[in-house]
Design a binder for this molecule. Structure first.
Ligand code: NAP
Ligand code: GDD
Length: 330
């Protein structure tokens, strides 16, 4: 192992929202960071542009096990964070097979690669509160039964159980983080929070006239992505692998998010938001709210950014982005 870098982590999905925050966090802890990136005709390094001279990029795809084996053999990480996925719920209804290949079977390919190359590697699986779906109890904890409501949720449930299975079958240090929704200025524009904050900024600047949304009554437990990546790392520092719910313990509606986001720039959401059936889902997850007590107790993890501050941060960042003041995500 390199003396200057006692810890080496491989992140799949490093170009995504969470991947960029996790890479920053691990670099701040002196890790050597390797990012697995799939080939595309245009590189999408926007979120990690400011880190490009600090991280090693390796080519690979969750659809291709040989590429995963090769990445592990070449870089010999001691921790692997599997953040890569087809992560947009709405798309999973239109592309259920692709979602299953990546978000479900992709986890098996990576776990198998670890088992073959080096079973001492510690593994983090990005599981999701979408697995609770039609919730069986409120709030949802590690012991709440699952009832997914989308091909994405079903695929994540497979990913969760295969992680547990490789832990039990091969004694891998494989943990599953059941993370509730977490957002940031780096969130993809298709997700509801960023769609709202970007529209608020655009409307404020006179560049957009209205905002078309689906179900305003859906309730989510929203936190800040920068807080949540710390919980991922904490899970891999424990003596034993386990499952953990990571959340705020608060729930808010999409309507409430709109209300606060528009109010941040002194506007009333009722003047701009139009309900459009095109954004409704074939099956909806009505209410998510987690119980963070295990993460508090076992990981000493607490969220730092409040719901209100998260919205203010996102609206402000979108305003600066549209005004050309935000040059990079750093
Ligand atoms: P995201 O922004 O959509 O990022 C997804 C990442 O996966 C991107 O880097 C993407 O690469 C990569 N990817 C997709 N398909 C791939 C493939 N076949 N091979 C290799 N890489 C592939 O997602 P996120 O919000 O950061 O979420 C990170 C993970 O946590 C995901 O697994 C998500 O499902 C899960 N999760 C997220 C939340 C949340 O609220 N954010 C909550 C619970 C769980 P490209 O840049 O090439 O597209
Ligand atoms: N995207 C979107 N667009 N959602 C809308 C809209 C809209 O125009 N209007 C209403 N919504 C509602 C959705 O129906 C859903 O109930 C809620 O807003 C949140 O939608 P998303 O932001 O797309 O997130 P999600 O909850 O479906 O999924 C996210 O969180 C999961 C964890 O619970 C994703 O990040 C998943 O990858 C993650 O696992």
């Amino acid at each position: 192992m390199n003396q200057l870098h006692p810890q080496r982590a491989l992140i799949t999905g490093i170009t995504g929202q969470d991947g960029s925050y996790l890479a920053e966090f691990l670099l701040s802890k002196d890790y050597e960071v390797i990012g697995l990136v799939r080939r595309s005709s245009m590189v999408s390094f926007e979120r990690i542009a400011h880190l490009q001279d600090k991280v090693h990029i390796v080519s690979g795809d969750l659809l291709d096990e040989a590429s995963l084996i090769e990445a592990l053999q070449k870089h010999q990480p001691n921790e692997v964070y599997n953040l890569a996925a087809q992560s947009f719920v709405q798309t999973s209804f239109g592309q259920p097979v692709l979602t299953g290949e990546t978000t479900a079977l992709g986890v098996t390919r990576l776990l198998d690669a670890i088992r073959i190359v080096d079973p001492t590697i510690r593994f983090y699986q990005a599981s999701s509160s979408e697995m609770f779906g039609k919730v069986q109890e409120v709030p949802q904890s590690e012991s709440t039964p699952f009832h997914p409501r989308s091909p994405y949720g079903v695929a994540k449930l497979y990913g969760h159980w295969i992680t547990v299975n490789y832990r039990e079958s091969y004694n891998l240090h494989a943990s599953s983080g059941i993370l509730f929704n977490h957002e940031s200025p780096r969130r993809g524009l298709e997700f509801v929070t960023r769609k709202i904050t970007h529209a608020v900024a655009a409307i404020h600047l006179g560049r957009q006239h209205d905002l078309r949304l689906g179900n305003l009554d859906a309730m989510r437990d929203w936190g800040f992505a920068g807080d949540y990546v710390k919980a991922m790392w904490l899970m891999l520092q424990q003596d034993k692998p386990d499952n953990y719910v990571v959340c705020t313990g608060e729930t808010h509606s999409v309507r409430e998010f709109c209300e606060l986001a528009f109010a941040h720039l002194n506007m009333d959401y009722k003047d701009y938001v139009v309900v459009d059936k095109a954004f409704f889902r074939p099956a909806e997850v009505d209410l998510l709210v987690g119980d963070p007590s295990k993460a508090h107790k076992s990981l000493s993890w607490y969220r730092e950014v409040s719901f209100k501050d998260l919205i203010a941060m996102m609206v402000q960042a979108d305003l600066e982005l549209l005004q050309g003041k935000l040059k990079s995500f750093s």
